[in-house]
Design a protein. Sequence first.
Length: 420
Amino acid sequence: MKRHFVKAGALTFAVFLMLVTLIVIGTLITIAFYHHNYINKQLARQNLLSYSQSVLTAALTDSTLTFPWDGKSLNLTEDENYTFKVTKEPWGAYLIFHVLGSYGNFNVENRVLCGTKGFMDDAATLYLTDNNNALSISGTTQLVGDCYLPKAGIKASYMEGDYYRGKQLVYGEIKVSSNTLPTLDESYQETIRRLIAGKLNPKDSVLDFSKITSNEISHSFRQKTLYLISKEPLYLTRCKFEGNILIICSQPITVFEDATLSDVILAAPKITFKEGWTGSIQAYAQDTLLIEENVHFTFPSTLGIQSPKNVGLLQISENSRIDGNLWMTKNPKEKENKNMAVFEKGILFQGIAYVEGKFSLRGKINGSLYVEKFLYKTPSSYYENHLYNVEINIHNLLPYFSSAVLNPRRGCRAIKVLEP
């Protein structure tokens, strides 16, 4: 029998090949293992983002929830390693929802500024309280949408030699109003009263305005609100204030065209916005808000007046524009109400206006108006509950509009994302 021998070099090569094969297989298994883990982590991260968005959506739409809320009632997943916490806090007329989600080492954080979906279940173009007088309309006046009017109704009439030119008195359904306006949220009103009165929490970050060393301040909503306090009149010019800042002054505030203000809240007895100013702001006055010509309050902005003596004055000059909310409330303990809102010619208001007092309207409203009484002045006389050459049209309100939280029972709507 012939014997065959394997050379030592061939055996060594076979062992080497086997080792290389094992290394390659081990490497592939390791890569597959880490790739599988990577995919699972990415899926977990994506799920966390998706679940967090679902929790936020539920928090905005369900007005019955109490906060802080953990989101467990949604049953998004059976994996208990996903945890969520939702908090809600007011920011002037709006709300800030904060969602913090976590899974293992992954965390996701959302902070969103929100308003509400209107003021009433039945969206109204006009709500005029019943003061036993009919509403008279003349000229090119248009009321487009459902209107709540006094029992005496609405009629066409002459003014300045001009008769009503429309084909219908109201382009919508006419409903009967009450002798009072639907009430605003009391907790919101109390918050504004405290701001105007300068009542602060001892834990708040408070800084005297006179001690500011820079004319530019940007303050994150991740931090505590920065309160800038002044007992002297403030003239905001050549400055820039952005973010989580609240300026409270016991004297008048004047805002000039070259002042950049964004998301800031102002509170003072009297606030004046000079000609040409533009910005997004909340401004609350105890007695007077004066808006000069060509001022533009961008969305979301809110103007409010709370006059303890019912002598509030909101005057908006020609060709100005407001995208947001406007309200004026009265003190029911006072017998007489002299609150007055004035819109001059060329004004465009887009949003919800609420006036417990008289309203002289000469501009255009895309949205809703709630008012106690109209007052129209001509060189020769006064006209009560009379509209002349104006338009109020709720259907022209932009679909993304979100109002101030005037009614907490309404579902919320996101306005914009704040930094985490």
